[in-house]
Design a protein around this ligand. Structure first.
Ligand code: GLY
Length: 356
């Protein structure tokens, strides 16, 4: 089993992210160092093999496992689903020594992490992300939370896991479109990281589109390394962590306008990066390397047809973005690989740049 370990350095809250093929095996081995109580295993996919496999391994090692199965989908990312996590623990009489293990995609990960951060005022958390999106973004860095009718992820905490295993073998059971959508966050990471990372994705583009294991490990390692570095320097998003929002301002607006039932999050981020290039050009007189960014997105099978998705409804959602400050939005400007920065741009100027 080939694996790489990336460490998120946060002093006494530092932790390891293990990336590779088959690394889910590590999870039951690490649990003893995380707590000696029962395991609360939270997941939304009884039809995928991973939760049952983790449960069986933990039980074989002598752990009592309490299972909490959540309903799948963004529409269930609300407080009532969090209550199911709390109640599963309380009804099974777990205590502060328990270890919460989340197995699944971004929604399960964020809800599980919020549940763990609030249960008994915080218990040990380990994550086995099983989508590309959650491996390269949401499972690392400690953002937790759920949606409110007013918007996505408006309530949450910063709460770091104690261990994360990114097992690319779990991606084999994902629908192809789901995996491809996750590549948008990989492109985002590469663009923030710099020339070498973008060149690597360009060289690996065909392999990545087809789900090649080695190329996927390289992409996840690059993305997690970048995220670990940024989170170590700005855990609470007061500076450089904002860069991770590249493509997300317009992306979130498109997702909200389509009521989270249209484009996938990754596809929206891809469109958001296209929009960010246009805004940079029109509002700041920049000359972003748009052809290169669009070329890479297209080769990976990601959408770039902004006009098909960005309309008056999406434009209206720009103002509900968390990154808005009064009449301005903090926009991540994607000039060229490794050259990105945050600019405050008037919402009206963004709308003019995008034509609506
Ligand atoms: N998803 C962006 C972040 O974790 O900051």
């Amino acid at each position: 089993m080939k694996s790489e370990v990336v460490r998120v350095e946060l002093e006494e809250r530092s932790y390891e992210v293990v990336i590779g093929a088959g690394v889910r095996e590590e999870l039951p081995l690490r649990v003893p160092s995380l707590g000696d109580g029962e395991v609360l295993l939270v997941h939304d996919g009884p039809e995928r093999p991973w939760p049952a496999e983790v449960k069986q391994k933990l039980e074989a090692a002598g752990r009592r496992v309490v299972e909490c199965v959540l309903p799948a989908g963004e529409e269930h990312k609300h407080i009532r689903t969090v209550e199911r996590i709390w109640d599963a623990a309380l009804e099974a009489d777990l205590d502060r020594r328990c270890v919460v293990v989340g197995v699944g995609g971004g929604v399960v990960g964020d809800l599980t992490a919020f549940g763990a951060s609030t249960l008994f005022r915080g218990v040990s958390l380990a994550q086995l992300p099983t989508t590309l999106l959650s491996m390269v973004d949401s499972s690392v860095g400690g953002k937790t939370g759920f949606n409110r009718p007013q918007g996505k992820n408006l309530v949450g905490t910063f709460y770091q896991p104690r261990f994360v295993a990114c097992d690319v073998e779990t991606l084999a059971t994902l629908p192809r479109e789901e995996r491809i959508a996750g590549l948008a966050e990989v492109v985002k990471s590469a663009w923030l990281e710099g020339e070498e990372a973008v060149a690597m994705l360009e060289a690996d583009a065909d392999l990545l589109r087809e789900g090649d294991v080695e190329a996927t490990i390289r992409a996840v390692v690059m993305s997690v390394r970048l995220k670990a570095r940024i989170v170590s320097e700005d855990e609470r998003e007061s500076g450089s962590r904002m860069l991770l929002n590249l493509g997300h301002t317009v992306g979130h607006a498109i997702e909200a306008a389509e009521e989270y039932r249209g484009v996938r999050h990754g596809e929206a981020v891809s469109l958001g990066m296209v929009a960010a290039c246009r805004v940079a050009r029109a509002c700041l007189g920049e000359r972003p390397d748009e052809a290169r960014l669009l070329g890479l997105l297209t080769r990976l099978g990601l959408p770039t047809d902004l006009e098909a998705h960005y309309d008056a409804k999406a434009s209206a959602h720009l103002v509900s973005d968390k990154k808005r400050r009064g009449a301005s939005i903090r926009f991540v400007v994607p000039t060229s690989p490794g050259k990105t920065r945050i600019e405050s741009i008037a919402v009206d100027d963004v709308r003019r740049a995008l034509g609506v």
